[in-house]
Ligand binder design. Structure first.
Ligand code: ACO
Length: 456
């Protein structure tokens, strides 16, 4: 009979933070020692998601009294819950995305970006007064210090806007040294207002720089999305009037990109923030994570693919090559969604609205036909490959006049609210400590240093 070790906490009736009716525990038997270990199972809001055992207690599993203890090997954290979170819920099998419990479809239809940012950051939909105050505060923090203009102007004429964005956000920390006092709630909120407000200005300045155009200052009379369009595109007109349909579509695009729980960039925000770096430097690190093509760059690949296909008649041949394994269908498939990405569905409906204003684009016809054929094809159906958000976002961004290099920057603007929500939640969670994973060391045992003349 194995000996039972309960040092690894005996199971309890209730896991934290949610309650679960069963007296659930997990028992692990160590065949090396024949001891078994019992762990309480912790649940989130839904028992079928997020059941976890405390990884630190696994350390009690030891082959000998003196060994370090058992670790979990999990490259890329694909099966590690790094936190408890109440911000975003995703059910990839069913194609569900909710911020603070509200379905993304309802938010996209009824809300606006600044309200969704408020909801994501502070947990509840604002009252009218709260929303007015928040909108006022964000609107009145969109200006950048004039020195920031000089800093942006110092980049090479062909600097990638995302490189400029990442650097400029980090540079902002030097203007607000009080931001380092991360345990003061008022100071934290001030930095949140500044960051949500200023990312749009930084992004637009990066674009104007790459075009050799003068920077356009924010217009406080416009909406968040309208002001961004003005800072991007205003030329000699005294007052830039954004097209209301395009302004609305951009606002919806912002809503769809606010948060997506513990992805690579949210994890970077939390990891850097866990060292108590100020929010500007932490957010710059998160934006750097987003810059990578495996995270924020797939919509560019979709555009290239649609251009390569060229016309609707070429689609069946292209699909054959995908099925033969020559390449993947860009904008299809997702690590989490094994159903239609709900964000893609919203964008698919919005795309024709955009093209009514901007003029038709043959790429939309190719995309819709490609989707239709793929969704009827057993290769894609059997693998649960559905369009993801990037399938339509690139086509819409392009119709709105954004160059491809701006796509990750456009992603970073609204994701700033999500990153800051993750940061705030991390700072307020007493379970959180500095991010410091372990490793399984596979290098040499101790070796003797040889002088250079004695080495082979
Ligand atoms: N086209 C054709 N086949 C595909 C595709 C695709 N887009 N995606 C996956 N498959 C196939 C794989 O070849 C594999 O087939 P097999 O079982 O015969 O070997 C099967 O589906 C499972 O594929 P995995 O790579 O295991 O799926 P995973 O979940 O790891 O990949 C990923 C997800 C990376 C997004 C993948 O679907 C892909 O490469 N898609 C195209 C790129 C893309 O659109 N990325 C954007 C993602 S959304 C975002 O990041 C915001």
């Amino acid at each position: 009979m194995p000996e039972t070790v309960t040092g690894a906490q005996k199971g309890t009736k209730k896991g934290t933070p949610g309650e679960h009716p069963m007296a659930d525990t997990l028992t692990i038997i160590d065949n090396r020692t024949e001891k078994d270990f019992e762990y309480p199972i912790m649940y989130g809001t839904y028992p079928e998601y997020g059941a976890a055992i405390p990884a630190k207690d696994i350390r009690a599993i030891k082959a000998t009294e003196t060994d370090f203890g058992m670790l979990c090997y999990d490259p890329g954290f694909t099966n590690t819950a790094s936190c408890k979170s109440a911000i975003t819920f995703i059910d990839g099998e069913k194609g569900i995305l909710r911020y603070r419990g509200y379905p993304i479809e309802q938010l996209a239809e009824k809300s606006n970006y600044l309200e969704v940012a408020y909801l994501t950051l502070f947990g509840e939909l604002p009252t009218k007064d709260e929303l007015d105050r928040w909108t006022y505060d964000v609107t009145h923090h969109t200006y950048l210090h004039e020195n920031m203009k000089e800093l942006m102007a110092a980049f090479r004429y062909d600097a990638h806007p995302m490189g400029m964005f990442v650097s400029a956000i980090a540079a902002l920390s030097t203007f607000y040294p009080e931001a380092r006092t991360i345990d003061d709630p008022e100071i934290r909120i001030k930095q949140i207002q500044r960051l949500v407000a200023k990312v749009g200005t930084v992004a637009a300045f990066a674009y104007r720089h790459s075009r050799g155009l003068p920077y356009v200052y924010p217009d406080n009379e416009l909406s968040f999305a309208g002001n961004f369009l003005a800072m991007m595109y205003r030329t000699s007109e005294a007052k830039y009037e954004p097209n209301p349909i395009l302004e609305k579509v951009l606002d919806v695009l912002f809503i769809l990109h606010v948060d997506h729980e513990q992805n690579c960039s949210a994890n970077a925000m939390r990891a850097v923030g866990s060292s108590h770096a100020d929010p500007y430097c932490s957010l710059s690190a998160a934006a750097a994570a987003l810059y990578g093509p495996l995270h924020g760059g797939a919509n560019e690949m979709v555009l290239r693919m649609l251009r390569e296909i060229g016309k609707v008649e070429n689609i069946p041949g292209y699909i054959q090559r995908v099925k033969a394994g020559d390449f993947r269908l860009m904008g299809f498939g997702h690590r989490v969604y094994k159903n239609y990405d709900p964000r893609a569905r919203i964008l698919r409906e919005l795309a024709p609205e955009v093209f009514k204003v901007t003029g038709t684009n043959p790429m939309l016809d190719i995309a819709i036909e490609l989707e239709r054929i793929a969704l009827e094809d057993d290769y894609f159906v059997s693998r649960n490959l559905y369009p993801n958000v990037d399938f339509y976002s690139g086509i819409i961004y392009q119709a709105l006049g954004f160059p491809v290099a701006m796509f990750p920057v456009l992603f970073a603007i609204p994701r700033t609210a999500g990153w800051l929500a993750q940061w705030l939640e991390m700072l307020q969670d007493s379970d959180q400590r500095i991010a410091r994973p372990r490793q399984v060391y596979i290098g040499y045992d101790e070796r003797k240093y040889e002088p250079i003349g004695k080495r082979d």
